[in-house]
Design a protein around this ligand. Sequence first.
Ligand SMILES: NC(=O)c1ccc[n+]([C@@H]2O[C@H](COP(=O)([O-])OP(=O)(O)OC[C@H]3O[C@@H](n4cnc5c(N)ncnc54)[C@H](O)[C@@H]3O)[C@@H](O)[C@H]2O)c1
Length: 417
Amino acid sequence: MRIGLIGAGNIGVNAHIPAVQANDGMAIVAAADPTPDRLALAGEAAGLVPEQLHADWRDLLACDEVDAVIVATPQRFRPEIVIAAAQAGKHILAEKPLALTPAAAQAMIDAAREHGLTLATVHNYHFMPVYRDIKDVLDSGEIGEPEVAVLNYLGVEDRPGTAAFNPRWRHRAAESGGGVLMDMLHVVYLAHWLMGGPPRAVSAWIDKRLETDGDVEDIALVRYTYPHGQALVNMAWGTGPGGIDIGGTRGRITMDNQNAGTHPFVPVERLNVVSESGTRSWTPMDAAAYGMAGIARDFCDAAQEGREPMANGEMGLAALDAVLGAYVSGALSEEVALPLPVDHPVYTKGSAGIGDLALPESSPVVRRGLFGTAGALGSLRGTRKEVPPAGAGPETATNERRLSRSHTHKHGGNHGV
Ligand SMILES: NC(=O)c1ccc[n+]([C@@H]2O[C@H](COP(=O)([O-])OP(=O)(O)OC[C@H]3O[C@@H](n4cnc5c(N)ncnc54)[C@H](O)[C@@H]3O)[C@@H](O)[C@H]2O)c1
């Protein structure tokens, strides 16, 4: 498979090029990036000649010798590129998150399906040995049915984007769609994988407590409800603890990281299983370059065999939807049903649609001005959107619930993708 790399930032050059090179039957034959330094780096790393390097991805898509593309730009550029790639007949491996909005992610899925092409999303944690070990234990039935999964990732390193482009894009909601939970949505799809499918509801605390720039969350404490069980995804930039604990009906599995730090920023030390058949403990294999070689292999095989990849577009959409649902829950201070309905402002506008909701004044999302809601507080004063004080009468509480449960737009209007 001859692959064009679109987006030669940190992940493109440091992870995708070596991942393709580690596999037989795959080669990088072109790269596209508007940032000259990055394009030159990609050329060096992949051994490309100047004719194979393109400032504009459209020129790469016009190359007949490209069978497939890896789209490793920041997410806000991805939908247009992916849809054009499908129209040009290229298979697509798209970085996560697929897009800023579920509507755009759905359009990407539709484009690939319409043209009979593979759209896979880079859910590379599926390919890290430690998570495969955990999944194998759950699938074996050794600890019974999983009831509660606690996934602590409270010590995520806040790594900037490449200096040559725009290192702070992850901190701007308009560019990233969200903060640490959006960036680390790996743990959201892991929770779905371990708990047997996408969740049907979410309840979340979303806040920003560090003195950093931008309008995105740096902490997200999230509870997902699955048909059989719950997962707590606790995520933050900072120095908090990490690890996984899963309780099943007949036992438990726990993941201990070095110094109780956050994986994969620190290695996993032990996996421990306690079940009716006893206790066992082992050190999983190394994270093997974040599972990127595995995802490249799976993408290539899926496209060539005409089968679904390990993580297809629909799974990318479900993960994005679950992250945005957590933001909506945190903004409204109430549980939110998933998936988001197609007429929801956040379905069509992503986190930018949160400002269209009837937001309670008490919400940390509003107080911190996250997701472009700065200024919303002033406009909320004197409206009916304040949350009633604790102990308020049942009539007031019911009115509030009806107001905030509806996703009535603050100011109507049409929302494009
Ligand atoms: N799967 C993972 O483990 C993982 C890890 C890191 C990043 N990512 C994802 O990869 C994407 C890129 O992240 P990064 O850390 O490499 O970002 P980065 O800021 O380091 O690099 C972004 C690159 O995209 C290029 N770019 C911007 N607009 C472009 C366009 N229109 N066409 C082509 N190239 C364009 C920039 O010039 C830059 O080189 C993000 O979506 C991020 O979420 C995934």
